[in-house]
Design a protein around this ligand. Sequence first.
Ligand SMILES: Nc1nc2c(ncn2[C@@H]2O[C@H](COP(=O)(O)OP(=O)(O)OP(=O)(O)O)[C@@H](O)[C@H]2O)c(=O)[nH]1
Ligand SMILES: [Mg+2]
Ligand SMILES: [Zn+2]
Length: 399
Amino acid sequence: MGKLQGTPTLNSSPQNDNLDQPVAELANLVQYGLTESVAARFASITSKDSDLVPGRVARVDGISTFVHADSVDYRAVSTYARIAHDDEFEIEPAQPTVGDWVLIRPGQNQDPDEIELVLPRSSLLARKRVQRGKEEGDEQVLAANISTVFVVQAATYFNPGRLEREIALVWGSGATPVVVISKTDLLMEDNDAPTEEEVIEQARSSAPGVEVFAVSGITGAGTDPLREYTIAGSTVVLIGASGVGKSTLVNQLMGHEAMETGDIRESDTRGRHTTVTRQLLPLPNGGVLIDTPGIRSIALVSGSEEALAKTFSEVEQYLGQCRFRDCGHNGEPGCAIGKAIKKGELSADRFESYKRMGRELEYEETKHNPAVKTEHQRRMKVIAKNNRQRSRSGKRKNS
Ligand SMILES: Nc1nc2c(ncn2[C@@H]2O[C@H](COP(=O)(O)OP(=O)(O)OP(=O)(O)O)[C@@H](O)[C@H]2O)c(=O)[nH]1
Ligand SMILES: [Mg+2]
Ligand SMILES: [Zn+2]
């Protein structure tokens, strides 16, 4: 198989060798993150319908979707797009988003090019849109088929509560979160600021089990380890509040000014939304970055119970350990949570966050039917029971 110049090569594993052909046919898509398995999926569809053109969504501007295909780029519409399920009779409408692998049917004559199929997504980052003054928010899909999410927070205004929400959002997507503390160069200038180590420590306790890196997007300090996440075939999306330095970091990783960056308003630290569209950018070493506009509020989509459990796993281990089965963890005697907090084994703030975010998910589920047992309540019950059983059998073994 001839390698295309300027295109990165894929790490091919032995079991994938027989799939080399599909990738070779779409060699130009490798720079946009094409993997062997995506290429094989495309090949099985185009072998049945050779008019369809595979590509990856780079940007969505209103009704127009910008797609990189192997030989040309398209501006396509997606009115009738649907997920390419193996069972052709299963029709699931899809709204293509940045990162999606799609098949375009080029329009004849004056007809627009249409996105007909969207490949099933390996991961999907979505949040609940919170509309001011509106009770019901719909879901906003942020990016698809991503391997890693850089959750960016500025060292100078680190916000642990926000970080917990961002981490839960990422766990819910199927991608892996990585915390990136930005603007570390500013810490040295300011004597009142915490040290880099202190901010890292704080981030670690708000995001247990998640890798934390501290960088300066301006000087490039600390950015080298981030490149391990951006190898060929991987897609990394950056999320975080406006002004935290996502686009500055993107430019640092790209090695040139791919994105415009903006000044922060003096009146507050919120930034001013310099980046306005989500955009897919191929890195020189083969990985793909997706820069996103800052999001103001992070709300979990319904069904995020597993993500919440993953975010707060150290809290859930205490469920079911209290003396009373229906313990409200409000100073009752024999409360395991209260005891753990007192002993310094569990953070009171983390327990509060867990309760607050759990209540939000419950609210979503019960607002139409207050009688229903929520997924979160059901889950807490099961965990409590399992923990009780585990500690009982542990006691038996010890006695
Ligand atoms: N000192 C310093 N300034 C930084 C750093 N990263 C970003 N900035 C500055 O912070 C401001 C905002 O940076 P951007 O990269 O535009 O922030 P963003 O997260 O992309 O913001 P939105 O696009 O609005 O979401 C700019 O003035 C940057 O120069 C950094 O590491 N150190
Ligand atoms: Mg930006
Ligand atoms: Zn309790």
